[in-house]
Design a protein around this ligand. Sequence first.
Ligand code: ATP
Ligand code: MG
Length: 470
Amino acid sequence: MIGNILIIDDEKDMLTLLKRIISEETKHKVTTESDPIKALELFSQRHFDIVITDLKMPKIDGIKLLEEVKKISPDVSVIILTAFATIETAIDAIRKGAYDYITKPFKRELILLTLDKAIKWQEMVIENKALRQELAEKEEFSSLVGSTPIMKGIFERIHQVAPTMGTVLITGPSGTGKELVAVAIHKFSMRRDKKLITINCTAIPEQMLESELFGHIKGAFTGAWQDKKGLVEEACGGTLFLDEIGDLSSHMQTKLLRLLQEGEYKPVGSVTTKKADLRFIAATNHDLKSDIKAGSFREDLYYRLNVIRFELPQLKHRKQDIPILSYHFLKKYNRINQKNIKNISPETMQVLISLEYQGNVRELENIIERGVIFCRKDSLEVKDLQLDTEHSVLFSDFDEEIGKLNFKDAKDKMIQNFHKVYIQSLLAKSGGNISKAAESAGIQRQYLHRLIKESDIRADSFKFEDDDLL
Ligand SMILES: Nc1ncnc2c1ncn2[C@@H]1O[C@H](COP(=O)(O)OP(=O)(O)OP(=O)(O)O)[C@@H](O)[C@H]1O
Ligand SMILES: [Mg+2]
């Protein structure tokens, strides 16, 4: 990396000397300044990676300067130049966050070596920062979002249940976030540093599932050339997430029951049992009770699994979550597609709220992703969503109801609906902040307050607190 270096010393000769050494031997860009006050001004206007400063200067000394530049840019590396007599102050400087110090008179090599180390340190700082940000973004986008009481209740239960060993059964229609709940429970458990192993019971053919789960020994079947560990062993100490458990064959249901009951299993072909230390989470979109009635799911297994139950609601039963989810996905797909769409227009939000969502949150996510891809302005419009006829038919259900009313009632209802959708969309964008929402709508705060009240909306349910994000 080529660094930007600022050198400060009241002795002009020293500045010339240092600039010459660094410019002769490296490609770094060097700026010099003999007045520390002017140097600070410069520092607040431009970006520097490294500051080299003398300790004893009139007006501001090196320590004060160090403190000031760290306030402006905490990651900058500061190297202090000092005469031998003040070495204690130099040590004090290190304590206050200086990168290193060099005593005068110094050798040319020492300056270059220290500078080189500081530049490498800067590179690492920048890299770490990028990694941390990437990680935080990943976390954010794999988080559960929701502001309705029903979702808040689920978040609270996740926190209560996560630290325990209780087996969890998550049910709910497709696309309601069952997998995200499983991930969150693991993330907030004592086992968070161990593995979360997911096994999709439908995706693996029945014959392979047993060996996949429990492993096998050499010669157990044709093709078993050597012993193989199963996922149960791999997840040991951590969490095993059995996804789509409703699709498990009766043979595997029996094996699983044993694992749950005794904490024991046998690799395929083996006669010795092994112990497993696991936390179990299972999920399904089946109605297991009716599967039991139909004889396709073991009742005893059901009761083993159903210790702690999460039932995820369909999206159409918590439409108040649509604005907050929509903005969450807008951010996610802006990032993925390197776009910067700022708004979801009120009409678009109205359409989004009025859809039926057979596919629940996954369907909403897909619609927003498509919208982001096709949108060319900085606001997401209805046409960007490219809804198919299936969606538009559902959308017209909404108009049908209004069509039954007389003109005045229909108009009032339309205005009411418009207010509700518009305000929800404003609040979702402003994170529940009424002043900001009023400002962006260009209306008075008091008027917005009244509309909120009339529309029976709870502004605080749009507040984006930490517990809205799991
Ligand atoms: N509350 C939520 N907040 C943010 N994203 C969500 C939420 N619920 C679901 N999603 C997103 O919707 C998609 C579907 O969620 P998930 O895979 O957890 O659903 P599922 O219930 O396991 O569905 P299926 O039964 O089809 O497997 C994922 O991309 C997920 O990130
Ligand atoms: Mg799933």
